[in-house]
Design a protein around this ligand. Structure first.
Ligand code: GLN
Length: 222
């Protein structure tokens, strides 16, 4: 195995429900060690934690049942960086329109299911100049909209009437799913935010071998 500076840091992926393996696969593609996080001890020594997309109400219940809510908050207070994709972003938002916030750690307001139902999911490509030089493919699955960002929040991708990606010093939120596209740009971006050095083997930010089926894989993470 090729050694990189990234070997010094491990990225966690919350492994309760949702797109876990897809994030682990993308981390592997950029040469970052990934660790599924199911219990409190899995959080020890992480450079960052990805809270994947799935269903925020389900994730919220499981976080409480598995006793991970307070543990993640405690690690966050000690400096752990967090990235919420879609449902993960909902859980991290300070305000969840019409509903109670969960972690409430980043000063944004989200509106759940703001595009409609599952059948209103869609793919587009957009340029996010702070993240990558090329347009990034974006997959929205029954996504929320970020409808307000606070003064300490930097907008990374602004759309017509909502924000799709934003960050503060410690938290990244995206309402779409980079792990379900060939683009590695947001995984590289978050790895750098966590102080890690993602591998950059190609002149492009896309994985040429990626196919829509590549994440339908069973068995342990290779
Ligand atoms: N609609 C889901 C929710 O409200 C989020 C969907 C997703 O993560 N793709 O939690």
């Amino acid at each position: 195995m090729r050694l990189t500076i990234a070997d010094a840091g491990v990225m966690g992926v919350l492994d309760l429900q949702g797109g876990v393996q897809e994030h682990l696969d993308h981390l592997q593609r950029i040469g970052i060690a990934g660790r599924p996080v199911k219990r409190a001890t899995d959080l020890d020594g992480l450079a960052g934690l990805i809270i994947p997309g799935g269903e925020s109400t389900c994730l919220a219940r499981l976080l409480d049942i598995f006793g991970l809510r307070a543990e993640i908050e405690a690690h966050y207070r000690q400096g752990l960086k967090l990235w919420g994709t879609c449902a993960g972003a909902i859980l991290l938002a300070r305000e969840n329109v019409g509903e109670a916030p969960f972690f409430g750690l980043i000063d944004i307001a989200v509106s759940r299911n703001a595009f409609g139902g599952q059948l209103d999911s869609f793919n587009i490509e957009k340029l996010a100049p702070l993240v990558a030089r090329e347009p990034i493919p974006l997959t929205f699955i029954r996504a929320p909209k970020i409808v307000r960002t606070g003064p300490d929040v930097r907008v990374l991708l602004s759309m017509e009437d909502y924000v799709a990606a934003a960050e503060d010093d410690q938290i990244l939120v995206t309402v779409f799913h980079p792990e379900l596209t060939p683009s590695l740009a947001f995984h590289r971006y978050f790895a750098r935010k966590c102080g890690l050095c993602p591998a950059r083997d190609a002149a492009t930010d896309r994985d040429a071998d990626w196919t829509p089926q590549s994440w339908f894989r069973f068995g342990p993470h290779a």
